[in-house]
Design a protein around this ligand. Structure first.
Ligand code: ADP
Length: 738
């Protein structure tokens, strides 16, 4: 057998296969398109079989049979056009013309009795065949352009098959005029016919691996747009986005119906409004209830109740598939088109894949929404707790202060008349009250930090001024307990922190260190700058923390030595301490050995300033709110400030650098402001000074050298006016001196 013969056998074999397959399809699913496909391939197959049988047995055809073969060949072209018409409507006129042509040719063939066809007749026959086949090919191209996804690829293959078939036959016509070309062109025709058969095969019965590849490509299109879904703001937007992506992958429109289990309906939302379908209704209801993909070519006919709705939405065919995540039936995905689907099985399996992905996306979205709702509930619970605690603490603190005040008063006034036992009882009342007050304050602070309601107020402050009150109180507490205390604090640096909060941290750490160290032990406070990080260390030689309990140290209400020592406390100190440190952007760590001692270490990044500004206003004020106000007023007119709260630190600040002006409170924790006033006046240069105090007593401060005396509450306007004048005067003095 020659190669050419082999090609011819394969080609004819393929066409026979296609005929068998299309006849099987008609039997299984009788549809106009499958009927026409079966007729087309059936006619081709009949011609092939006839010629093979004739050749095999060396039969000469009877004239009637020859006529039939010619008519069948011409009919093949017409049948292909009809098949194309099932996918995209062929203009009526063209269809009629093809029918008339077929009728004329058939009649002519039957009337004319010549056995051999003359050249002009052959040209007419082949011309008809070529024109009609190429016309059909053109219709398939249009159909493919309207389709999406796999249907588009399949229709394109069919268009190729038609072109190749029509083209090959047209060339046969040409041969009638140029017989010399028969050898070369014959080969071309054979190859064209083979390619045509392969293309039709790909279009009508695509092999499984090819389907897979096509499906993957379409699914990728869907997945790419699905990737953007997680960023959509809400579930409704996610659904719109799935519909858009599924529509792009399948062509036509896609809609997602969400199942509402409470009411047992499927809910669709689109530009026409909301549609609720019971599960017994419509195709989507059936797909959901039966949990399988269903297809109908003509929705309005299949479901007349909804004919109006289908018409309004321009829906012809409907393909619906359930959307299920695990055991959760979420709803359906429906793909609708104006026309029927060319290959609904392919589209159905693609839609099933899309629905699977959509289900996963929606399920995720639901979990995210649920988590967000949970978080929102937790946050609002925290807010409620904080505001409850805030108001409760306030309510508790007032009577508690009365209890404390009166127990102190009783003790003061009646101590001599009370028995020793009664004095002890009074002491118990005071201790319990103080413990309760500490607890309330800590709880309140902790809940404020948790609710994000504590705002830091960083100030530039000399390092020694920052730790000075901590050292003072630790010195007193450690002396009372018989513990040695030492402080090693770096000299001459300025820091930028919230002094109140940093002191609170240090108080907690040093008081714990003293509390958990037996008499005779040591406590050390170290403070240093490493680059722009401020570090503190509080080390003790106390009882230490058992290794097994170390992970609980920073927990709220954790008291790890309960029953071991009778050290008082609430178990909240370190929880609060850690939060305050973190609020500063810092970290707290510790090492501890049971029986040998503990070291707590705090690091506050970006807390060390270059140095304290020399050209600053010195604010000597121990009341935090007043100090804040003065700092704010001064910075409002571009002045820098240094805040100190004791006489000692004020004197140290004066020694370090001469300020531009001084704002001085009189009642300070370690003495009277007059001491500072005297020191300022002892300087070589005149530094403007204003006294700001609750004491309305100008007679005393003016003679000492105060330039101005303002009585609290602070009158912002007057203070600002004074500061402006003072700075002006200081500048003038500096100029005249210079
Ligand atoms: P409180 O001191 O009010 O009990 P804290 O939160 O400050 O609460 O400390 C929690 C627990 O950690 C303490 O009860 C104690 O058991 C342990 N602890 C804290 N600091 C030290 C320390 N320096 N040495 C030993 N144990 C400590």
């Amino acid at each position: 057998m020659s190669a050419l013969e082999l090609v011819s056998w394969v080609t004819q074999g393929l066409f026979l296969l296609l005929a068998v397959a299309s006849i099987v399809t008609v039997v299984r699913r009788p549809r106009p398109a499958s009927v026409d496909a079966a007729l087309f391939f059936g006619a081709l197959a009949a011609i092939i079989v006839e010629s093979r049988v004739a050749a095999l047995f060396g039969l000469t055809r009877s004239p009637g049979l020859s006529d039939l073969v010619v008519i069948l060949l011409v009919a093949v072209a017409y049948l292909l056009l009809r098949l194309a018409n099932d996918f995209v409507a062929v203009p009526k006129l063209a269809l009629r013309a093809a029918e008339i042509g077929l009728a004329v040719i058939t009649t002519a063939v039957l009337i004319v009795t010549e056995t051999t066809l003359s050249v002009p007749v052959i040209v007419v026959l082949l011309g008809y065949f070529a024109v009609v086949t190429l016309g059909a090919a053109f219709v398939f191209v249009r159909a493919s352009l309207r389709a999406q996804g796999m249907s588009r690829r399949r229709l394109r293959a069919i268009a190729w098959g038609s072109y190749l078939l029509g083209g090959s036959i047209a060339i046969v016509g040409l041969l009638a005029f140029v017989p010399a070309l028969a050898g070369v062109v014959g080969t071309l025709i054979q190859l064209g016919a083979l390619l045509s058969a392969v293309s039709f095969g790909i279009g009508f019965i695509p092999p499984r691996p090819l389907r897979r590849i096509w499906q993957t490509a379409e699914l990728r299109v869907f997945l790419r747009s699905a990737g953007r879904l997680s960023r959509s703001p809400d579930t409704a937007a996610v659904i719109r986005e799935i519909e858009r992506a599924a529509g792009a992958a399948l062509g036509g429109r896609a809609q997602v119906g969400i199942f509402d289990p409470a009411r047992g309906v499927l809910i669709f939302d689109d530009e026409f409004g909301r549609l609720e379908l019971a599960l017994t209704e419509a195709l989507s209801g059936r797909a959901f209830a039966e949990q399988r993909t269903v297809y109908t070519e003509d929705a309005a006919r299949a479901n007349p109740t909804y004919a109006d709705m289908y018409r309004k939405r321009g829906i012809g065919s409907v393909l619906a598939t359930p959307m299920t995540a695990g055991d959760d039936r979420l709803g359906v995905v429906v793909s609708t088109q104006r026309r029927s689907l060319a290959f609904d099985e392919d589209d159905g399996s693609l839609l099933e894949l899309v629905a699977t992905v959509a289900a996963v996306i929606l399920e995720n979205r639901r979990l995210i929404d649920e988590a967000a709702a949970g978080r929102e509930a937790a946050e609002s619970a925290t807010r409620a707790k904080s505001s409850f605690l805030a108001s409760m603490s306030h309510e508790l603190r007032t009577p508690l202060n009365a209890v404390l005040g009166f127990s102190a008063l009783l003790r003061e006034q009646l101590e001599s008349t009370l028995s020793e036992r009664q004095v002890r009882y009074l002491g118990n009342i005071r201790d319990a009250g103080e413990h309760l007050l500490e607890l309330i304050n800590d709880v309140l602070d902790l809940s404020k930090v948790e609710a994000g309601r504590i705002e830091l107020r960083p100030e530039t402050i000399a390092f020694d001024a920052l730790v000075e009150p901590v050292i003072a109180s630790t010195t007193a507490a450690s002396a009372a307990r018989g513990v040695a205390f030492a402080a090693e604090i770096a000299d001459g640096i300025a820091v930028q922190v919230d002094p109140g909060r940093v002191r609170q941290v240090l108080y907690n750490l040093t008081s714990n260190a003293v509390k958990f160290t037996s008499p005779g032990g040591h406590v050390t406070l170290r403070g240093a700058a490493q680059g722009d990080t401020l570090t503190f260390e509080v080390a003790d030689t106390g009882i230490g923390i058992p290794a097994a309990k170390q992970d609980r140290v920073f927990g709220a209400f954790e008291r790890l030595h309960e029953g071991v020592t009778d050290a008082p406390g609430t178990g909240l100190g370190l929880a609060l301490t850690r939060r305050l440190v973190e609020l500063h952007g810092g970290a707290i760590t510790f090492t501890s050995v049971e029986g040998a001692g503990s070291t707590f270490r705090v690091e506050l990044p970006n807390a060390v300033g270059d140095s304290l500004p020399a050209d600053r206003v010195l604010v000597v004020e121990d009341d935090r709110r007043d100090a804040d106000l003065i700092v704010a007023l001064a910075s409002g007119i571009g002045l820098r400030t240094e805040v100190v709260r004791t006489v000692d630190t004020a004197l140290a600040a004066l020694r370090r650098a001469r300020p531009r002006a001084v704002v001085l409170d009189l009642r300070l924790p370690d003495g009277r402001g007059e001491a500072v006033l005297k020191a300022v006046r002892a300087l070589r240069h005149h530094v403007p000074l204003v006294v700001v105090t609750v004491e309305d007593d100008e007679g005393l401060t003016r003679p000492l050298g105060a330039d101005e005396h303002l009585v609290k509450p602070i009158d912002g306007e007057r203070l600002v006016a004074w500061l402006e004048a003072a700075v002006e005067q200081e500048a003038a003095l500096a100029r005249s001196a210079g």
